[in-house]
Design a protein around this ligand. Structure first.
Ligand code: BGC
Length: 463
């Protein structure tokens, strides 16, 4: 029977309303998805500008500066190590809310710090929040979003990290001439923290986690909210089956020692360590310091050059996102590593033959090229690979091991950088990173597989 025009209009209105409700949910989820990466990038990148002030305010020497950078990274490693267990026990949402509070409270505390211990305490809080959210944001999002945009989240996350770093550099630049500018640089990190907190207050707990605890009513309500419709019985059924299947397949920790997991674990941990030990964060955190050493005149010129580096990082990461599925991971990884190697050697030699004055711009250019090659290779590919190579039964735990390995190596490399400069000099320091890049190339040739276009099951079989 044909619908009367009145009924038809009513239906159309209802569909439209449902659509727009769905849209704002989509936007909210996308914002929260972005914030995890953005905060990761902002709060790690911002130290580049802050460091330039700390000599004057707290009379920091090289070791203290190193400690200032490393302490947040150490807290991030600890946060990432415990995040999975906490999120299983208390729920993803609760843990993310605590992380959001820590982000904001830590940023404010560090920004008003009047003594070194208070400054460090603030950074420890922020660091722990970074570690937790670097693990739990992708987990939560992959659980609440529909399957077809799950894959995108992994690479989008890296893209937001680079945007966070870029924004922190712009803020550093704008505040570099302001008295007490460093306090504002740190304080601004509280804003995305508050937005994350607000977003998490609105978003529901992961229905999958709720279903896993037999809280079916809450899971249903959550799904209804997320999908913007009343009938979620089909998805709920799938979800419950998935949970049962998951617990059937859940493997003991000892599986990590078995042969079939050994190879992916070597790849994951290897890439985690090489991503850091080849020196990326020495550039990301200390670029203005490096540029001043190379002879750039003032703090603000050095920070401006750093803004350029941040832009290169964002642009090349977006190029990588387009290429990864066509050119292939292994090829891009090798290509990126070779480019990093050449630029590191030139930077090392540049410092050894004391390039100064106008020639210092060669070093700035080479640093930009180094970052560009990192951004199309090792940067996104590490995070992508660790979400692809582990067998399902052990994926979560294996990913957190690789993530912790990444934070710990980051902490060690960044923490000792300034001391290394004093001990062996600038040129040899960069030649050291170059030699680590050679090892990374050999490692990739030896063991890293091509995962382009394969299903997760095919990857699991091939390993
Ligand atoms: C790394 C970070 C780094 C960032 C730079 C990420 O993949 O894990 O340590 O600061 O890339 O873009």
């Amino acid at each position: 029977m044909p619908l009367s025009s009145h009924e038809e209009i009513h239906r159309m209105r209802e569909t439209e309303a449902r659509q727009s409700r769905k849209d704002w949910r989509f936007i909210l989820i996308a914002i929260v998805a972005g914030l995890g990466g953005l905060l990761f990038g902002y709060d790690t990148g911002v130290v580049a500008g802050v460091l330039l002030f700390l000599n004057h305010v707290f009379h920091f020497d090289a070791s203290m500066k190193g400690l200032f950078v490393a302490i947040a990274l150490a807290a991030a490693a600890v946060g990432a190590a415990f995040a999975g267990a906490l999120a299983d026990a208390f729920g993803r949402r609760a843990v993310l809310i605590v992380a959001a509070v820590l982000f904001s409270a830590g940023a404010i505390l560090a920004s008003v710090a009047w003594t070194i211990p208070v400054l460090f305490l603030g950074r420890v809080m922020v660091g722990a929040a970074i570690g937790v959210s670097s693990m739990i944001t992708p987990l939560y999002l992959s659980e609440i979003t529909e399957a077809h945009w799950r894959g995108a989240i992994v690479t989008i996350n890296q893209f937001y990290i680079t945007i966070g770093i870029f924004v922190s550099y712009v803020v550093d630049y704008m505040l570099s001439g302001v008295t007490d500018g460093w306090r504002w640089m740190l304080a601004i990190g509280a804003i995305p923290g508050f937005i994350l907190l607000g977003g998490m207050m609105i978003l529901p707990e992961s229905p999958r986690w709720l279903a896993g605890r037999d809280l079916i009513e809450k899971a249903t309500a959550g799904l209804r909210f997320l999908r913007g419709r009343q009938d979620v019985s089909e998805e709920l059924g799938d979800l419950r089956r998935d949970v049962v299947e998951g617990s059937r397949r859940a493997a003991p920790w000892s599986l990590l020692l078995e042969r079939k997991v050994r190879k992916p674990l070597i790849i994951g941990i290897g890439l985690a360590v090489f991503q850091q030990i080849t020196g990326i964060n020495v550039v990301i955190y200390f670029a203005p310091t490096i540029f001043q050493d190379a002879g750039l005149s003032s703090a603000s010129v050095s920070i401006l050059a750093t803004v350029g580096i941040g832009a290169v990082n964002v642009i090349m990461t977006s190029v990588a996102m387009r290429l990864l599925d066509t050119a292939g991971r292994r090829r891009m990884l090798l290509f990126g590593l070779c480019g990093m190697l050449v630029s590191l050697i030139v930077i090392g030699i540049g410092f050894m033959i004391q390039l100064h004055g106008a020639l210092a711009y060669i070093i700035v250019g080479m640093v930009a090229i180094f970052v560009a090659f990192f951004a199309i290779g090792l940067g996104p590919i590490f995070w992508l690979m660790i979400s692809e190579i582990f067998p399902l039964a052990i994926r979560g735990r294996a990913m957190s091991i690789a993530t912790v390995a990444n934070w710990v190596s980051n902490m060690v490399i960044s923490g000792i950088f300034l001391d290394l400069l004093l001990m062996i000099g600038r040129g040899p320091t960069f030649i050291f990173y170059a030699s680590m890049t050679v090892l990374a190339i050999l490692f990739t040739l030896w063991i890293v597989p091509e995962t382009k276009g394969k299903t997760l099951e095919q990857i699991e079989d091939s390993l």
